[in-house]
Ligand binder design. Structure first.
Ligand code: NAP
Ligand code: GLV
Ligand code: GLV
Length: 328
């Protein structure tokens, strides 16, 4: 059995595939694969292990005549044409849970960095501009008593909210379903998107990117926010209309933003880079040693399971299983 792996992942995952006796075709390039490379790679592969940067379109899936599984090394799977995979009888899996805290912690790191102007202060200090303590030097926002608005109260959104406990914040959330744990443990309140945007001092995005959440936060929504509010995005860039956000930040319609994701990654607009009230990181939400190792194990295990005729954990298109059982 052949496995096409589009990028070097932590060794522990590759070793699991080796031990299972599969032939590994590891693409030796740090940059995302082109469509041609993907098509070539899946041609004789039984399994594909890919990253969120890899666009797994219908054409790529159709080229994989023996392809049984696409194992995404990420929890988000907006890079994959899941409907096409289901139609073609290909199982799609992701890596939920093991990166929840790593990502929620990064969202907090961004929130603090923007609220207390850490990056700006660091640059200021390094530039030798610190001439002595001053009452109005680099003033920021305190968290205590403020309102945190969570958009998408799933695994990461819930973890983000729960970590607010020590900061004594009020929590609002907007999601598809009620989250009883947040209500019970934090007294959090489920509200409409508009109410959340109007009332929150910190808004943190945790929805997946889908046709429903594309540009969920645009000009109208940014205009509902407080001028002192801060937006944190560790979900997907396209959940926010990036151009509208740039305008809102330039005009100080909102106070700042902490962004780990961008609409057209790896492109980061120059206008964003020029803004002092923005902290930007290169999509490193899950970038901790243990999260990345656990993701590697999980992604590899799904392939081991499928190629041995077992149903893996974390199937994102469970409909495909019925189809496979039906022998179609
Ligand atoms: P999750 O558990 O599925 O949580 C997503 C939540 O959003 C769910 O509660 C979901 O509701 C809700 N939701 C979906 N569509 C919605 C809509 N149209 N309106 C309102 N709420 C909606 O996923 P997760 O594990 O927390 O991950 C969330 C996302 O974070 C991933 O999809 C990925 O894009 C991103 N992520 C980024 C990084 C990074 O490196 N920056 C790392 C990990 C993840 P239901 O419960 O009803 O489905
Ligand atoms: C990272 O962005 C993920 O979806 O795992
Ligand atoms: C600040 O350093 C203080 O002592 O108030």
């Amino acid at each position: 059995m052949k496995v096409f792996v589009t990028r070097e992942i932590p060794k522990i995952g590759l070793e699991l595939l080796e031990k299972a006796g599969f032939e590994i075709n590891l693409r030796g390039n740090e940059l995302p694969p082109t469509k041609d490379e993907l098509v070539e790679g899946v041609k004789d592969a039984d399994a594909l292990l890919c990253l969120l940067t890899d666009k797994i379109s219908r054409d790529v899936l159709e080229a994989g005549k023996n392809l049984k599984i696409v194992s995404n090394y990420a929890v988000g799977y907006d890079n994959i044409d899941v409907d096409a995979a289901t139609e073609l009888g290909i199982i799609v899996t992701n890596t939920p849970g093991v990166l929840t805290d790593a990502t929620a912690e990064l969202a907090w790191a961004l929130l603090f960095a923007v609220a207390r102007r850490i990056v700006e202060a660091d640059k200021f200090t390094r530039a030798g501009k610190f001439k002595g303590w001053h009452p109005t030097l680099l003033l920021g926002f305190e968290l205590k008593g403020k309102t945190l608005g969570i958009i998408g109260a799933g695994r990461i959104g819930t973890a983000m909210a729960l970590k607010s406990k020590g900061f004594k914040m009020k929590v609002l959330y907007f999601s598809r379903h009620r989250n009883e744990r947040l209500e019970r443990e934090l007294g959090a309140k489920m509200v409409s998107l508009d109410e959340l945007l109007k009332e929150s001092d910190f808004v943190s995005l945790h929805v997946p990117l889908t046709s429903e959440t594309f540009h969920l936060i645009g000009e109208r929504e940014l205009n509902l926010m407080k001028p002192t509010a801060i937006l944190i995005n560790t979900s997907r860039g396209a959940v926010v209309d990036e151009q509208a956000l740039i305008k809102a930040l330039q005009n100080r319609r909102i106070a700042g933003a902490g962004l780990d994701v961008f609409e057209n990654e790896p492109e980061v607009p120059d206008e964003l880079k020029k803004l002092e009230n923005v902290v930007i990181t290169p999509h490193i939400g899950s970038a901790t040693h243990n999260a990345r190792e656990s993701m590697a194990l999980m992604a590899a295990q799904a392939i081991v399971d499928v190629l041995n005729g077992r149903i893996p954990q974390n199937v994102v298109n469970p409909e495909v299983l019925k189809k496979l059982r039906g022998g179609q």
